[in-house]
Design a protein around this ligand. Structure first.
Ligand code: GN1
Ligand code: MG
Length: 352
C-alpha cells in the first residue's frame, strides 16, 4: 500500500494551531492512532486516526454517528453546568471542506479529534469499577432520548451472535489455512453452547427485549480516568449503535472482571474478579434507571455472551488466517481464543 502523506492530511483539517510530528500510539486492535502535539506551548493537542475502512465500510455513517452522539452528550453536559466539557466528551475536528473525515488519494480515511488528556488502564480497583459502572450507565442514560434509528449500525450485525456464529461456520467450512482440525475441540465447545447463547436475539424477535443505543466496546481501556482515578471521558465511539444493554455490561466485565489478560497465555491466571463484578454492577444499576425487568435479569447472560462472542470472533479470525484483528505473533488469535474460552468457563461457574 502506498504511504499517505501525513502533513498533507493534517493540513486538510481545521486545526487551531500548528502541530509537530505525529507520535504513534499503540491502542486498539483496529485503527492506527497518533498524537499531534502543539508546536507552541499552550496550543491544542490533537488525536489523529486512520480509520480502518475495510472494517468500517461506511465511514460517512460512522462519522455521522460519532458526531450526533458527541453533540448530544455535550449539550446535556452544558445544560447540567458541568465544568471542563472538553475533557468529558470527545469532539471531532472537521476537515476544511466541512466533512468529518479526510479521504486521501490512496483511498484511506483519516479523522482528527481534540486530544483528551487522561489515563487509560487495563486494570481497575473496585472503587474505580463502581465509578466506571456509573459512567457507562450515565452514558446510556444520556443517549436514551436519542431515537435509536438516528444512528446507523457502523458495522452491520456487530454484536449479533447469530451472525457471528454464521461467520464461524463459514470459516470452519472453508478452513483456508487448514487450522480447524487441531482445534476441533474448541470448535465443538463453541457449537455446543450456540443455542443458549442466541437467547437475546430470540427475545428481541419475540418483542420482549428492546434495543437501545450502546457503546458496543466497553472495554475497560475505553474509559479515560483523571489523576484521581475517576472516570472522565468515554472514548472509542466507533461502534456506538443500537443494541442490547447487556452487551455493554458484559463487555466491561469481560475485560475488567478478569484476573488475567484478554490474551493471557497462562490460563490459570484467568478467573472472574467478583469484587470488580459487584462494584461495577452496583455503580451501573445506580444510574441505569431505564432498565426493564427482563434487561436486569439478562445481565449475567450478557457477561457470558460477550466472552462467548469474543471467543467466536477471535477463533473465526484465526481460522480465516488473521485478517481482522492486528496480531503480535503468529498464534495470537488462538491464544486469545483459549483465554476468552477459559473466561467463559469461569463465568459459567460464577455468573449463572
Ligand atoms: C476491537 O480496536 P479495539 O481494541 O477497540 C473490536 C472489539 C473487540 C476488541 C477485542 C470494531 O476493539 O469489538 O471487542 O477489539 N472492535 C471492532 O479486544 O471490531
Ligand atoms: Mg474499539
Amino acid at each position: 500500500m502506498e504511504q499517505d502523506n501525513i502533513s498533507q492530511i493534517i493540513s486538510a483539517f481545521q486545526l487551531e494551531n500548528q502541530v509537530g510530528n505525529p507520535e504513534p500510539l499503540k491502542i486498539g486492535l483496529i485503527n492506527d492512532s497518533f498524537i499531534l502535539p502543539p508546536l507552541q506551548e499552550g496550543g491544542k493537542k490533537y488525536f489523529l486516526q486512520r480509520i480502518n475502512h475495510h472494517i468500517f465500510t461506511n465511514v460517512e455513517g460512522l462519522q455521522q454517528n460519532i458526531d450526533k452522539v458527541t453533540r448530544h452528550i455535550r449539550q446535556k453536559l452544558i445544560s447540567q453546568g458541568v465544568a471542563d466539557v472538553d475533557k468529558r466528551v470527545l469532539q471531532l475536528v472537521p476537515a476544511r471542506d466541512g466533512k468529518l473525515y479526510h479521504k486521501t488519494g490512496n483511498g484511506n480515511f483519516w479523522r482528527i479529534y481534540l486530544f483528551v488528556e487522561g489515563r487509560s488502564q487495563e486494570r481497575v480497583t473496585p472503587d474505580a469499577a463502581f465509578l466506571a459502572g456509573r459512567a457507562f450507565g450515565e452514558f446510556q442514560n444520556q443517549l436514551a432520548d436519542l431515537p435509536h434509528d438516528a444512528l446507523c449500525e457502523s458495522i452491520p450485525n456487530f454484536h449479533n451472535i447469530e451472525f457471528r456464529l454464521m461467520q464461524l461456520r463459514q470459516a470452519a467450512e472453508a478452513d483456508p489455512c487448514a487450522r480447524l482440525k487441531p482445534c476441533s475441540a474448541i470448535y465443538n465447545e463453541l457449537l455446543r453452547r450456540a443455542d443458549d447463547m442466541c437467547l437475546g436475539e430470540r427475545l428481541f424477535r419475540e418483542g420482549k427485549l428492546p434495543k437501545r443505543i450502546n457503546h458496543c466496546d466497553t472495554k475497560v481501556n475505553n474509559i479515560l480516568f483523571d489523576d484521581q482515578n475517576r472516570p472522565m471521558c468515554i472514548v472509542d465511539l466507533d461502534t456506538v449503535m443500537p443494541g442490547f444493554v447487556f452487551s455493554d455490561f458484559g463487555d466491561f466485565m469481560r475485560t475488567a472482571a478478569n484476573t488475567g489478560a484478554e490474551d493471557d497465555p497462562e490460563l490459570s491466571n484467568i478467573h472472574v474478579d467478583m469484587d470488580i463484578y459487584n462494584a461495577y454492577k452496583d455503580g451501573y444499576l445506580s444510574e441505569a434507571s431505564f432498565l426493564t425487568d427482563i434487561e436486569k435479569s439478562l445481565l449475567n447472560y450478557g457477561c457470558r455472551l460477550l466472552s462467548y462472542m469474543q471467543t467466536v470472533r477471535f477463533f473465526t479470525d484465526y481460522l480465516n488466517g488473521d485478517t481482522y484483528y492486528k496480531i503480535q505473533y503468529p498464534e495470537h488469535n488462538l491464544v486469545r481464543t483459549r483465554a476468552q474460552l477459559r473466561l467463559l468457563e469461569e463465568q459459567e461457574k460464577m455468573l449463572k
